[in-house]
Design a protein around this ligand. Structure first.
Ligand code: CP
Length: 296
């Protein structure tokens, strides 16, 4: 079965196949399931982009969607994630899309016979976000080779930083990190550190991360203004960027924290392009899950 749990589990060939498939969907190709197929979406954490783009992708490929309201499900009676998944599989659901606050929640689901698509696990992975980020970069530059990508901000709490850094390195990009030293975790051992003032001058792709206030246990190291001044993309810093470099952010954005509010929709911003690409990569992920040979 074709789970999609972390990009580290996929070969380079599988990642490139998914990107090619997503690019074809972006260019207007379509694919439909051959028979009635149910996919269940379970979001144990809030989401706008991932949940809505999975639902749109499911509708585009002809899938019948079950949006499970976790708050009104038997999870509230203490039913485990495994028993919830096993029940949905027994009802005839063909694949599960799951976002969960626990890192590697999918390890509880060994033995579930239907594909699991990880829509974000704690501070772990967010493989479809990484794929849509890769697609956005590929559309802009055509290739990843020797591209300078700087990942900036709350790397410690991010579920896209590690998978993006590793996969971009695997695809040939030069990856750097930036932001508060106390939020760098193990990244500083694996990737060169640059200050934000160096980053804006050097980056082809400036990948800003959201400050994840909800994962800081109420202990903020910086005021919003201080963070913006020290590590944010200010209006003045944006003027230092190379003429063909782009700004990315997985969103939701804390305006005037990671990025000046007026820059969110500036010419070099690809933030809403990333959201748009979410539909196409999720179509590709669904096709791979529901049609085993599709992405091989
Ligand atoms: N980028 C992202 O995962 O957004 P949502 O939390 O809105 O799904």
């Amino acid at each position: 079965k074709k789970d999609l749990l972390a990009l580290s589990e996929l070969t380079r060939h599988e990642i490139e196949s998914l990107l090619n498939e997503a690019e074809a969907f972006a260019n207007g190709e379509s694919w439909h399931v051959a028979k009635q197929t149910f996919v269940a979406n379970l979001f144990f954490e809030p989401s706008t982009r991932t949940s809505c783009s999975f639902e749109i992708a499911e509708k585009k490929v002809g899938v019948d969607t079950l949006n499970i309201s976790v708050a009104h499900s038997s999870v509230q009676k203490g039913e485990s994630l495994y028993d919830t998944a096993r029940t949905l599989a027994s009802l005839g659901v063909a694949a599960l899309v799951i976002r969960h606050p626990k890192d590697r929640f999918y390890e509880q689901l060994k033995g579930i016979e239907i594909p699991i698509l990880n829509a974000g696990d704690g501070c772990g992975n967010h493989p479809t976000q990484s794929l849509l980020d890769l697609l956005t970069i590929k559309q802009q530059f055509g290739s990843f080779r020797r591209l300078r990508v700087v990942i900036v901000g709350d790397l410690l709490h991010s579920r896209v930083a590690r998978s993006n850094a590793d996969v971009l390195k695997r695809l040939g990009a030069d990856v750097y990190v930036s932001g508060p030293q106390s939020w760098m975790g193990t990244f500083v051992h694996d990737f060169p550190y640059v200050t934000m003032d160096e980053a804006v001058k050097e980056a082809d792709v400036l990948m800003l991360l959201r400050v994840q206030h909800e994962r800081h246990d109420g202990q903020e190291a910086f005021s919003k203004e201080t963070y913006h001044m020290l590590h944010g993309l200010t209006v003045a810093r944006e003027k230092q960027m190379k003429h063909d470099s782009i700004i990315m952010h997985p969103a939701p954005v804390n305006r005037d924290v990671e990025i000046a509010g007026t820059l969110v929709e500036c010419e070099r911003s690809r933030i809403f392009k990333q959201s748009e690409n979410g539909v196409f990569v999720r179509m590709a992920a669904l096709k791979r899950a529901l049609c085993n040979e599709a992405a091989e």
